[in-house]
Design a protein around this ligand. Structure first.
Ligand code: AMP
Length: 231
């Protein structure tokens, strides 16, 4: 696939409930457009694993499906945004999740002379979301995502991408916690759809389609956003 150059850094947000496919599709977009995926969930899991103060504070909340405090999330995001590779353009996956985070993002970007370029709302119904999340696993070596029924590796137990044989099932990827995460999403994150619609940057995507169809549609949407920012 061609890799169009991103001369003005695009800041894209994939907004949607857990199980909408934000992580899977962010990785597709990363490869297609040379953008950088910024997943606050991945950053927080890394902090938990490393036992940092932020990770210690976040762990219990993450396991029960609530939201980690805005202060902690903004701290880990700002640290990552300070890395020079983010100047190539970013896909925010799982951030912002609250109104406070959305406003803080605007401030962070304004300080860099940037703004949110587009927000793609990935729409999935609640039962599908719970079914998707409950069967997820991830290759521990390369991060490729799989699902017990919807996306199995070609050879059972072997990652298609890197040949790894160790797969992780997240502690919060079970039906009970998924329902809690969904309630959290509806209460705190879904209102951002209206916020970004009013700001004129929202695009909607039917994320009930299969993975390949969603990828095609996203590549078309993001391609036109990236091209519109080229000089
Ligand atoms: P995710 O990998 O995006 O599904 O996130 C996993 C968990 O990390 C969530 O259920 C939250 O507990 C926490 N988390 C991730 N991103 C955020 C965020 N932007 N704000 C608050 N909590 C977050």
């Amino acid at each position: 696939m061609n890799c169009p150059s991103v001369t003005q850094p695009a800041v894209l947000i994939l907004l949607g409930p857990p199980g909408a496919g934000k992580g899977t599709q962010s990785r597709v977009l990363e490869k297609a457009f040379g953008l950088i995926q910024l997943s606050t969930g991945d950053m927080l899991r890394a902090a938990v694993k490393a036992g940092t103060p932020a990770g210690q504070a976040a762990q219990a909340v993450m396991e029960t499906g609530g939201l980690v405090s805005d202060d902690i999330v903004l701290q880990v995001l700002a640290e990552r945004m300070a890395d020079p590779d983010t100047g190539r353009g970013v896909i925010l996956d799982g951030f912002p999740r609250t109104a406070v985070q959305a406003f803080a993002l605007d401030e962070l970007l304004a300080a860099r002379g940037q703004s949110v370029g587009a927000v793609i709302s990935m729409e999935v119904d609640d039962d599908t979301m719970v079914a998707r999340v409950s069967g997820r696993t991830t290759c521990t070596k390369c991060g490729e995502g799989y699902h017990d029924t919807l996306k199995r590796p070609a050879v059972a137990g072997v990652c298609d991408v890197c040949g790894g044989t160790d797969f992780l099932r997240r502690k919060d990827d079970n039906a009970d916690t998924a329902r809690q995460r969904l309630d959290t999403y509806h209460a705190q994150t879904a209102p951002l759809i209206g916020h970004y619609q009013r700001a004129g940057v929202l695009q909607r995507l039917d994320a009930m389609q299969d993975i390949a169809a969603v990828s095609r549609e996203l590549e078309r949407m993001v391609g036109s956003i990236v091209r519109s920012r080229a000089p």
